[in-house]
Design a protein around this ligand. Structure first.
Ligand code: BGC
Length: 420
C-alpha cells in the first residue's frame, strides 16, 4: 500500500471513529442563572466534573438572580424548537414543562443510582412527573435567613438574633438612630418578593403560609394577618438606603460584608458570596434564622432534562444527571454554593455552622410539619400565580399603596387567575 493510500484509509477510519469517541463522552448545554461570584464558583465545580469525564460543556448563563430572566430565555428557546439539554429549573415549573411533554425521563440513571432511597421524599416528589424522574436535585437552600454584620450590631449593643418582627424592628430602629443602614436590599422584584416571603412566614407562621400562599384561600388572602404582612413590608422599606435602585442581590450582600449595611434578608446563596470572599461565619458575618415561628422556607436547585435529539446530547444528559447526584460532587458544590446537599447520605462534617443549623432546623421543620416551599424562589405555586404576587408586592414596596389596597389587589389578581 502506498503511504498516500494508507493515509487516506487511516483518515477515513478516524473520521468514522471520531463521532463515536465524542459520543461516548457526551455534550451538554446547561442553561442556568448562576453568575455571581459564589454561584460561578459552584457551577464551575459541575463544569469541571463533567469535563473530567471527557464531556463537552456548553455554558448558557442568563444573568438575573431568582431566575426570572432565565425562564424567559428558556421559553424562547423551546418555542424556537431548540431547547437546551439541561436547565436549572425547579418546583412546579418542572411539572409544568413535563406536562407539556417537553422533558425527557432519566429513570435509568435514577434507578441505578438508587435515588429513591437517598432523597428526602419532599424533593423526590418534585423531581418526578407521573412517577418518572425528569429532574435531578443538587441542593437544599434555606430562604429565611438574616445575614448580619457583627461589628455594626455590636455598635448598638445587639448580639442576639431577633425572634419576632417586633424585635427585628427594635434592632433596625436602633441601627437607624445610630446612622447605620439597617437593611441591604436591591431593586429586582424577586428580591422584594424574597423579603415578603420571609415576612409572611414570620408574621403568620407555617399554617398561614400554607393556607394563604399554597392553597390560595381567599379568607387568608384578605384577612388581618395578610394586612400585617404588608405592614411589616412597608416598615422594611424605611430600613433600606436611598441608593437601592439597580442593585443586584450579591451587591447587597457585599454591603453587609463591607460594613455599609447591618443586615440582609436572603437565602443562603448569600453565604456563597461570603465564602467566595474568604469570610467566616461567627466572626466576619452572622447567619441568623429570620423570625419564622419554627418554620423553614425551602428552595432547591435542580436540573431538568429537555427532550433533545442526537445520541451525543442524550448521553450528555445522562452523564450530567449521574454527576449532579454523585455524593462527592454534592459535597464540593454545596460547600461553594452556601446550601446543603440534596442527598441525605452526604456527611456534613467540614460544612460551617450555618449549614449545620440549616440541616438541624430542616429536620425539625419536617417532623413538625412546618416546612414550606418558597413562593419567591418558584417552589410553591405555578408561575401565573407567583407572577401576581410578584407584581403586587413590588408595586406596593415601590409606592405608597396602603396594605388594605395591596391585599385587595392581591386577592383580585388571584381570583382572576383562578377563573382562567
Ligand atoms: C436559586 C439560587 C440562586 C439565587 C440567586 C435562586 O432562585 O435557587 O441557586 O443562587 O436564585 O441567583
Amino acid at each position: 500500500m502506498t503511504s498516500l493510500k494508507a493515509f487516506a484509509i487511516a483518515s477515513a477510519v478516524a473520521s468514522v471513529m471520531l463521532p463515536v469517541a465524542s459520543l461516548a463522552d457526551g455534550t451538554v448545554e446547561v442553561l442556568h442563572w448562576w453568575t455571581s461570584g459564589g454561584e460561578a464558583k459552584a457551577v464551575g465545580e459541575l463544569k469541571s466534573a463533567f469535563e473530567a469525564q471527557g464531556g463537552t460543556w456548553v455554558d448558557s448563563p442568563i444573568a438575573g438572580g431568582g431566575g426570572d430572566a432565565a425562564m424567559t430565555a428558556l421559553r424562547a428557546r423551546v418555542v424556537a424548537g431548540n431547547p437546551p439539554s439541561a436547565v436549572q429549573l425547579k418546583g412546579p415549573g418542572i411539572q409544568e414543562w413535563a406536562q407539556q411533554g417537553d422533558l425527557a425521563d432519566i429513570n435509568d440513571v435514577a434507578t441505578s443510582g438508587k435515588w429513591d432511597s437517598v432523597l428526602p421524599p419532599v424533593l423526590a416528589t418534585i423531581m418526578k412527573y407521573k412517577g418518572d424522574y425528569v429532574a435531578a436535585p443538587v441542593n437544599i437552600h434555606r430562604v429565611d435567613w438574616i445575614w448580619a454584620n457583627p461589628q455594626l450590631l455590636a455598635k448598638v449593643g445587639v448580639t442576639a438574633a431577633p425572634t419576632t418582627w417586633d424585635e427585628f424592628n427594635a434592632v433596625a430602629d436602633k441601627l437607624k438612630a445610630a446612622g447605620i443602614t439597617p437593611l441591604a436590599n436591591g431593586s429586582d422584584p424577586w428580591q422584594d418578593l424574597t423579603l415578603w416571603d420571609v415576612i409572611a412566614l414570620g408574621v403568620g407562621g407555617p399554617d398561614f403560609y400554607k393556607k394563604a400562599i399554597i392553597d390560595l384561600d381567599p379568607a387568608q388572602l384578605t384577612g388581618d394577618t395578610m394586612i400585617k404582612v404588608f405592614d411589616q413590608m412597608r416598615r422594611m422599606r424605611g430600613y433600606v438606603d436611598a441608593g437601592y435602585a439597580g442593585r443586584s442581590w450579591d451587591l447587597a450582600t457585599r454591603m453587609v460584608m463591607n460594613g455599609e449595611a447591618a443586615m440582609q434578608i436572603m437565602g443562603d446563596w448569600a453565604k456563597g458570596e461570603f465564602a467566595a470572599a474568604g469570610k467566616a461565619p461567627g466572626k466576619d458575618f452572622l447567619c441568623w434564622p429570620a423570625p419564622n415561628q419554627g418554620g423553614y422556607i425551602l428552595n432547591s436547585d435542580s436540573f431538568a432534562f429537555f427532550k433533545v435529539t442526537g445520541a451525543d446530547k442524550i448521553k450528555g444528559q445522562k452523564v450530567l444527571a449521574g454527576l449532579v447526584m454523585a455524593p462527592d460532587f454534592q459535597r464540593a458544590f454545596n460547600l461553594a454554593k452556601g446550601s446543603i446537599p440534596a442527598r441525605t447520605d452526604v456527611p456534613l462534617d467540614g460544612f460551617d455552622t450555618c449549614a449545620q443549623k440549616s440541616h438541624e432546623d430542616l429536620l425539625a421543620a419536617i417532623s413538625g410539619d412546618k416546612l414550606v416551599p418558597s413562593l419567591s424562589q418558584e417552589m410553591a405555586i405555578s408561575r401565573s400565580y407567583r407572577g401576581e404576587f410578584l407584581d403586587v408586592v413590588t408595586q406596593f414596596y415601590n409606592s405608597d399603596m396602603s396594605s388594605a389596597d395591596a391585599v385587595r389587589q392581591l386577592a383580585a389578581a388571584v381570583a382572576r387567575v383562578k377563573a382562567q
